[in-house]
Write a protein of this length. Structure first.
Ligand code: ZN
Length: 232
């Protein structure tokens, strides 16, 4: 069976959060055909998944292709609990990692994305991981992604390119990237329609978007917004 590879086609890991929404806009600006992949894994903030369709509609251009939803709930649950997939309190562990860390989650996501990209003839896989102001997740690091690209290319006999446009941008720079790609309209769409809050709060609208305002994801997002606005 032949799977021809299109160098200008991209698959974006699209959760419905600020980072992945910005990555989708970035990919639509660059590549002729862009598909999205999302994962259900029992995340406590599954409300982010309900943000995906409205966000896709807001960002839609003729280049936007199919969306793929992959259910990993049983897989992740079978491996044991974390604060990301249960009601456990979000705390810092002795290792310096938040208890929301699902070990290897991004490695699993990238592997699934590459397996789908193989079937779809897509060369580029875009992920909104970031080493600059992240939550300490080791599978967001640039070295991890580079190693994954090598492993996936060897293991699937392909030349995938893993693209991480946010790797060296902090949250303020991520807002600026959105503005440079789509102006105030894109910033507003991402502000109102994307979701970051770990507690799934969609009832409180702040100037930086919806959220509880106090969980680590909200703090990061609010801080980035404030710094971006201050930089003007
Ligand atoms: Zn929150």
């Amino acid at each position: 069976m032949a799977f021809p590879v299109s160098p200008d086609h991209a698959l974006v890991l699209f959760s419905g959060g600020q980072d992945s929404a910005t990555c989708l806009a970035w990919a639509l600006d660059r590549y002729t055909h862009v598909e999205t992949i999302g994962f259900r894994y029992g995340q406590r903030h599954a409300v982010e998944l309900t943000c995906r369709d409205p966000l896709r509609d807001s960002l839609r251009t003729p280049r936007l292709g199919a969306d793929h939803m992959i259910d990993l709930t049983a897989t992740i649950a079978g491996l044991g609990a974390t604060a990301m997939t249960s009601d456990a309190e979000i705390v810092m562990t002795a290792e310096g990692l938040p208890s929301t860390f699902v070990p290897g989650r991004n490695l699993l996501f990238l592997t699934c994305a590459a397996s789908l990209a193989f079937r779809r003839g897509i060369k580029r896989i875009v992920a909104g991981v970031c080493e600059t102001d992240y939550s300490g997740y080791p599978d967001c690091r640039d070295d991890t992604v580079k190693a994954m690209q090598l492993a996936l290319n060897l293991g699937m006999n392909r030349r995938f390119v893993l693209e991480t446009p946010l790797m060296w941008r902090d949250k303020a720079a991520t807002w600026e990237l959105a503005r440079s790609l789509g102006g105030d309209a894109l910033v507003e769409a991402i502000r109102v329609e994307s979701h970051s809050c770990y507690l799934g709060d969609r009832t409180h609208l702040h100037d930086w978007g919806y959220g509880c305002g106090t969980c680590p994801a909200c703090e990061l997002r609010a801080d980035g917004w404030k710094r971006w606005r201050a930089e003007g």
